[in-house]
Design a protein around this ligand. Structure first.
Ligand code: 5AD
Ligand code: SF4
Length: 579
């Protein structure tokens, strides 16, 4: 299984060979006459003579046998055409910019962890960067357009770069690199490197190749890369919460979704390495972890042979899967159980799950463990069974609603959130009305609503027609947003008069005299920064700090926020927050 990822460098070397600096291709280029360029010419000649002898078959075989989990001090062997020194970042400054979902935020931390070990420095100042890397998203057309626009701005920055400085290098990482591959390099000659979501370990090599004036790419997807041994570097050291990636990729193939094509096959990270990361975060004093993946509750750790005897869990009632049910492995309920035992004062959340994988064991655990948040994201996508079938979601409206009832019975007080798409192929006004009525029926506490954006390669692209005019999609989206807000306001008003346990994050963005944090259901709670009793420390008077748990009496609610006043500082174990 290791092989797939380990062959990466070989395939991208052929890309490197195809793309040379204009100076080496005989075309006129002013940029290539600078002193750095002349110096680089020398490097290039040396480099190309070594490249000609190239990596041997034995080199890749040797790498293929390297176990995935390595002590962090151990450094990969450089490929034979690059020296350790050429692979080193030599304190060049990297500026990382993240777009899209939380998974990309986590990928940014992984990419940075790899570059840091390779001798790069981090900068948050674009002007002083030697390398600019954009971690990109492809889920909707608009997300990609944002990156194309950003590249135009970076082009100007690159062209204005002083010749006395090392040339600025620009890289595209993540889903857009994976989806568009050569198109990016052809359209934007100023892009120096491309790295798909499974190729971040290759970043030092890609940047070393780019230093010699060539474009370099590795967009190979892997069957087993989970970056299990790469400890992500937290961007903000004062944060109270962290995201822990537990799986990558997706096998569901919902007909509208590009993710299976950009992030590849579903694979789970070994339980042991997840527990180790959560333990470290707990030791650092973090108070909340969110287990992260495209389909977290389909988690299945098969890294050890004996795990394959584990009893397999069933799909939620009335749900089916687009692939043959997978057997064996340690499942999500086991992981959740183990993670929640690490630190009773640490809140555990997870996102994003698929509604098909909510066996009773998972619901039971959420109900009985104080530190597993009673909050479930249950992406419905549509309220119409006809559209759900076209989307290949594997459930009908009725099965979904039954699951909602079952979850509410199993976990009293649970907060629910969802994703919806407006204007999917063939969606009629009646289908749209069904979605409106599902929003009214469920009364979600939070919602993420999108207009449908047709993506190439998806099943919908090949088999269905994107026949809903843009203005109709937008009108339906607006209607969904309005209904969602009305219903969420009603649902959140139920908290008025209740006491909520809030994990304090810091100052409110809107007012310097207010603090903000989140309740168990992940709703934002705002309250005045006032002195209060500390019940954990014999009634001392204190002010709330980030990372504290406080009880807040809720006095008002809107569709997105709760407001109230603080009662006391407490612990997660000692608090009871339901009305
Ligand atoms: N168009 C619009 N929304 C989409 N999503 C996924 N693919 C598309 C698409 N092509 C939404 C789904 C998913 C969320 C992460 O993004 O609602 O749950
Ligand atoms: Fe996309 Fe469906 Fe996989 Fe979610 S479950 S990532 S929507 S294919």
């Amino acid at each position: 299984m290791q092989r797939c990822q380990r062959w990466g460098p070989l395939a991208s070397v052929s890309w490197v060979l195809l793309r040379t600096c204009r100076a080496h291709s005989g075309l006129p280029s002013t940029a290539c006459s600078s002193p750095e360029r002349q110096q680089e010419d020398g490097v290039w000649k040396d480099f190309s003579s070594r490249l000609a002898t190239g990596p041997t078959f034995q080199h890749f075989l040797r790498n293929a046998s390297v176990p995935q989990e390595k002590p962090s001090s151990e450094v990969d062997d450089p490929p034979p055409y690059l020296t350790v020194d050429e692979l080193s970042g030599r304190q060049r400054k990297v500026y990382l910019e993240t777009y899209g979902c939380q998974m990309n935020v986590n990928d940014t931390e992984i990419a940075w962890s790899i570059l840091q070990k390779s001798g790069y420095l981090r900068t948050s100042n674009l002007q002083e960067a030697d390398v600019i890397l954009l971690v990109t998203c492809s889920i909707r057309e608009k997300a990609e357009q944002t990156i194309w626009n950003r590249l135009q701005q970076l082009k100007v920055l690159k062209s204005k770069r002083l010749r006395s400085r090392v040339p600025l290098k620009i890289g595209i990482l993540g889903c857009m690199a994976e989806r568009l591959k050569e198109e990016i390099l052809n359209r934007e000659k100023m892009v120096d490197i491309l790295a798909g979501p499974d190729a971040y370990r290759d970043l030092p090599r890609l940047l070393a190749v780019a230093k010699s004036g060539q474009q370099a790419a590795n967009v190979l997807l892997s069957l087993d890369e989970t970056y299990a041994d790469v400890m992500p570097v937290q961007m903000s050291p004062s944060a109270t919460s962290a995201f822990v990636s537990i799986m990558r990729g997706c096998d569901n193939m919902c007909s509208y979704c590009i993710v299976p094509f950009t992030r590849g096959r579903e694979r789970s990270r070994p339980v042991a390495s997840i527990l180790e990361e959560v333990r470290k975060l707990s030791e650092q004093g973090l108070k909340e972890v969110t287990l992260l993946g495209q389909n977290v509750n389909s988690f299945r750790d098969t890294s050890e042979v004996q795990f394959n005897n584990a009893v397999s869990t069933n799909l939620s009632r009335g749900f089916s899967s687009n692939y043959k049910t997978k057997q064996g492995g340690l499942r999500f309920a086991h992981l959740l159980d183990q993670v929640s035992r690490i630190d009773p004062e640490m809140r555990i959340r997870f996102t994003s799950p698929h509604p098909k994988d909510f066996p009773d064991e998972v619901l039971q655990l959420i109900h009985e463990r104080d530190n597993i948040c009673k909050q479930i994201h249950l992406p419905a996508q549509s309220g119409s069974s006809r559209v759900l079938e076209a989307m290949r979601r594997g459930y009908s409206r009725e099965a979904y609603v039954e699951l909602v009832h079952h979850i509410r019975e199993s976990i009293p007080g649970v907060s629910l959130s969802s994703d919806f798409i407006a204007g999917f192929c063939g969606e009629t006004e009646e289908d749209h009305f069904q979605t409106v009525s599902l929003l009214q029926e469920v009364q979600y506490n939070m919602g993420f609503l999108f207009a449908y954006s047709m993506r190439q390669k998806t099943r919908a692209y090949h088999r269905l027609k994107d026949d809903i005019p843009e203005e109709v999609k937008l009108r339906r989206l607006e209607e969904l947003i309005t209904v969602f807000r009305e219903e969420a306001t009603k649902a959140n008003k139920a908290f008025v008069g209740c006491t909520q346990l809030v994990l304090v994050e810091g100052l409110s963005k809107r007012s310097a005299t207010d603090l903000c944090g989140r309740n168990d259901g992940n709703l934002k709670v705002i309250f005045p920064d006032a002195e209060m009793e500390d019940v954990t420390n014999s009634g001392l008077r204190v002010r709330a700090q980030p990372g504290d748990y406080v009880l807040v009496k809720i006095t008002s609610a809107s569709s997105q926020t709760l407001k109230g006043h603080v009662l006391c500082r407490t612990t997660l174990k000692d608090s009871s927050t339901y009305c």
